[in-house]
Design a protein around this ligand. Sequence first.
Ligand code: ATP
Ligand SMILES: Nc1nc2c(ncn2[C@@H]2O[C@H](COP(=O)(O)O)[C@@H](O)[C@H]2O)c(=O)[nH]1
Length: 194
Amino acid sequence: MQHAIGKLIVLTGPSGAGKGTLLKALLAEHPELYVSISATTRSPRPGEVHGQHYFFLERAEFDQMVADGNLLEWAEFAGNCYGTPRQPVAEQIAAGKTVILEIELEGARQVRASFPEAYRIFILPPSFDELENRLRGRGTESDEVISRRMTRAKDEIAAANEFDIQIVNDQVERAVQELATIVFPVDTPVPTSV
Ligand SMILES: Nc1ncnc2c1ncn2[C@@H]1O[C@H](COP(=O)(O)OP(=O)(O)OP(=O)(O)O)[C@@H](O)[C@H]1O
Ligand SMILES: Nc1nc2c(ncn2[C@@H]2O[C@H](COP(=O)(O)O)[C@@H](O)[C@H]2O)c(=O)[nH]1
């Protein structure tokens, strides 16, 4: 993509830290933002809608997207694959939108390598125990999956300093306001190609 005029923001943090919760609240205040819809091989949770929360794909379909170069980044996370469809992000940035990717650490590292202009935010839980409480309280994962996600969380939290800024999601309202002040006044450089 040439002559891009929008911004690219990456939101990362351990599963259960509250990334989705904060983004939902930010979008309610700022519907002009564009949040990328990822592809995943994970099964839908109750209430999740194909094309709205994720594009739920078979593994072969996901692998084809990778082979065709249609993902901006992708990674395996706790037994499933997740990736960012390239074209919608390119189109939204070209249209001048601020685009947000909610992705895990490996994907964020790939975006840093491809698009160093992207602004990268890390969401931290107040504590490790609270992270587990939130994951368990959400009630969407089995004990085994929670355990895999908690193991991964240790590596992710250890990498928080790789990011431009860290936000502790202690209280949703406070953390959303902090996120808003970061997303809006920051004059992030414009990606030159996606
Ligand atoms: N500040 C907070 N205080 C208490 N509970 C919270 C807070 N933020 C989020 N939660 C709750 O924690 C759980 C996990 O939040 P959420 O699903 O947004 O996490 P996530 O980081 O998007 O997870 P994943 O990466 O797995 O998608 C949810 O039940 C949510 O309601
Ligand atoms: N690298 C990528 N990671 C992604 C993408 N979409 C979501 N995610 C991350 O996966 C985990 C698990 O998500 P869940 O919905 O199963 O709880 C979480 O950290 C997401 O941020 C993506 O496109 N690429």
